[in-house]
Write a protein that binds this ligand. Structure first.
Ligand code: K7E
Ligand code: RUQ
Ligand code: CUA
Length: 650
């Protein structure tokens, strides 16, 4: 135990040295001088021209996903997922509030780390993008036609859904993990009873290929380690999923009995096809569990939240041949699989080397039953038997690896703050480029699929320091774009990100763009409070509830002046946008309403609630500059005392 504390200390000291070393570099402006003269040309997208790739960047603690163009680094959009978003009213409108419902109540925040785009045969297909919520464990699905969050599934029996939301090669499953093992079911026990009592649930959510809807098919109840990251097998290893673990000591305090005393932790190799078969044949045990399943429907423009009551759990020791542990040095973080599915790379974050396991060797060892003991009944394979090789002294603190489809891998090193290119077969380092500063993930469009588009790599850095004009103590994080078409990587561009970017997913624009000019047809609007013609616009009172059925078109509201509202009423504005031209939203804001505006797209209906507290004549207006008469797009509500007998008129 003592020795391990020392090694942690040494690690911290090294970290310090390397950080200050990088600051030194930046002060000399070394990299800026080294930029090749055609870097500007390579990232220049002329006005009116389009970028070659979409980049979807996780917003980390913003809870959102941001959309950038590559190579320009221009930000196009922020897609709210696990947040209330004043810009368009997501999480504020009555229709979208249910999206943020959980078993803990309304939770309008989360920590979003990893986007992953749906695949067919291991290739990006651009149907959906999945993202994880780390804190109150959730997975969301965003539709890539509307760029809207369509579904959020809460994950029960787990905590810290970090090894998520990675998908299998035909989007059969999206997975969730548990970074903090917890008692299952939750119970009031001493934290010191961690060892052997806590569980690490790995969840496999099936995805309906037509609708994209998720369903927790089963939860594999693994030993109480910390499951950090994951990646699917592909090609020959399709049917397997790999999860890195740390704290295999099951220490309840990572400081006192620090978690790094084991020389090796594990990558858990899961044969999900075997478990699927077991479950389809009636295996597994149903367990009570409370979790929310929230779905947004584009025809009713409404989200619903359903509380689920049970989940199917599987004990890994009951399915022989389905789960194995691959010893992997030094608290592996990223777990990455090569495009051909042969190599499984464990990025031991407390090490200088990279461990490359061979899938073929793993299968061989399993077939010959060559095990090196077991943990909680799960066979441990022999390290030497499965090792393809190591990338030696590649850098310090490896985190994540992506591939270019030309036989090269690109690994980020957090401590030595660099991106290192190496040959997957020979494991020789080919090139290294400094990152400014302390890089986390790297992303190559398709770089975690069977078919990477190896033209650009984007590294996402944790520290910005002097890269941009200072903006007070709080700076945005930073991404850096590299041209990776040559032997040497070439830094092209820095751009700030929104929130903390952990991972990102990129896709060629021509796979998405043709589908993206989406208009909701008014005649398809099935919202129960829609006003499909302005003749239907009206106001109805039901006790203290008032429902205003309102329509909007350039540039007026119908109705616009309403009398007969009283203090203590609950007023629902159900507003339908009658425009049917692309990109003509209207906004709606009401003075004193305790929520945001609504941004209503053509053909959509949205609802805002207002509870007037004071008598008077109160205005509302359109917040989106829609025509030369935009400033005239307004109206008034007259609010009378609670006991007044003024009639409703409009
Ligand atoms: Cu390394 Cu959450 Cu993928 Cu951040 S994680 S960097
Ligand atoms: S108004 S264009 Cu306040 Cu000039 Cu906005
Ligand atoms: Cu409608 Cu401004």
């Amino acid at each position: 135990m003592k020795r391990s504390i020392n090694s942690l200390l040494m690690f911290a000291i090294l970290a310090g040295i390397f950080t200050s070393c990088n600051n030194g570099k930046s002060n000399k402006n070394g990299d800026r001088g080294a930029l090749s003269s055609n870097a500007a040309e390579k990232v220049y997208v002329a006005p009116g021209e389009h970028d070659e790739f979409y980049g979807f960047f996780s917003g980390g603690y913003s809870g959102n996903l941001t959309v950038y163009g590559l190579p320009s680094g221009r930000m196009f959009k922020e897609i709210p997922v696990f947040s209330q978003f004043p810009t368009n009213g997501y999480g504020y409108s009555e229709e979208t509030k249910p999206m943020l419902n959980t078993s803990h109540g309304f939770i309008p925040w989360d920590d979003l780390h990893h986007p992953d785009i749906s695949q067919t045969n291991g290739k990006l297909d651009g149907r959906w993008i999945f993202v994880n919520g780390n804190n109150t464990p959730r997975i969301a699905r965003i539709d890539l036609e509307t760029f809207e969050t369509e579904e959020i599934m809460e994950i029960p029996n787990s905590a810290g859904n970090h090894s998520s939301s990675f998908i299998t090669e035909n989007t059969e499953y999206v997975v969730a993990g548990t970074r903090f093992s917890v008692p299952v079911p939750q119970e009031d026990i001493s934290i010191k009873e961690y060892k052997g009592k806590f569980k690490g649930a790995l969840s496999f959510l099936s995805v309906d290929q037509e609708t994209g809807r998720m369903n927790i098919k089963f939860q594999l109840m693994m030993p109480g380690f910390d499951y950090d990251l994951s990646h699917p097998g592909r090609g020959k290893s399709h049917g397997w999923f790999f999860f890195t673990t740390y704290n295999t000591e099951e220490a309840h305090s990572l400081l006192e009995v620090n978690a790094s005393q084991n020389d090796k932790d594990f990558i858990a190799a899961i044969n999900w096809k075997k478990i699927e078969e077991y479950v389809n044949n009636g295996g597994g045990k149903k367990m009570p569990a409370n979790y929310a399943h929230n779905v947004y429907d584009h025809s009713t423009h409404n989200a619903t939240s359903t509380m689920k009551k049970e989940v199917l759990t599987v004990d890994p020791t009951k399915v022989p041949g389905a789960v194995f542990f691959l010893p992997t040095p030094k608290s592996p973080h990223g777990c990455d699989v090569s495009p051909d599915g042969e190599y499984i790379i464990g990025n031991g974050k407390l090490s200088a080397d990279l461990t490359v396991h061979s899938f073929d060797k793993m299968i061989n060892a399993i077939e010959n039953e060559k095990f090196d003991g077991e943990a909680y009944g799960i066979p441990i394979l022999n390290f030497e038997d499965i090792l393809a090789g190591t990338v030696k002294q590649a850098g310090l603190g490896p985190l994540h690896t992506e591939f270019d489809g030309k036989g090269n891998a690109y690994t980020t090193f957090f401590i030595s703050s660099e991106l290192v290119k190496w040959n997957v077969e020979t494991r020789e380092v080919i090139d290294r480029q400094p990152n400014y500063y302390s890089v986390g993930h790297v992303m190559i469009p398709g770089g975690n699929s069977a078919e990477p588009f190896g033209k650009y790599a984007v590294s996402m850095n944790k520290i910005t320091k002097d890269r941009y004009l200072p903006t007070g103590p709080e700076l945005e994080h930073s991404a850096q774009l590299f041209d990776i078409t040559g032997d040497k990587m070439e830094l092209l561009l820095d751009f700030p990100t929104h929130g903390e970017p952990h991972y990102a997913a990129g896709i060629p624009a021509d796979i998405l763009a043709p589908k993206s000019k989406k208009i909701f047809k008014l005649e398809n609007n099935k919202h129960e409070y829609a006003t499909l013609t302005s003749d239907e616009a009206r106001v109805e009172r039901d006790g203290k509830e008032v429902h205003i059925y309102m329509s909007m078109i350039r540039s007026h509201f119908t109705p616009d002046n309403i009398e007969g509202i009283k203090v203590g009423d609950k007023v629902y504005f159900h507003i339908t946008n009658h425009e049917q031209d692309f990109d003509v939203p209207h906004g709606f804001a009401m003075i004193g309403a305790n929520n945001a505006e609504l941004l209503i797209m053509p053909g959509q209906t949205k609802t805002l609630v207002w509870e007037p507290k004071q008598v008077g004549v109160w205005p509302f207006y359109c917040t989106d500059f829609c025509s030369a008469l935009h400033q005239e797009m307004q109206g008034y509500i007259r609010v009378s005392p609670e006991n007044s007998d003024i009639e409703l008129t409009w």
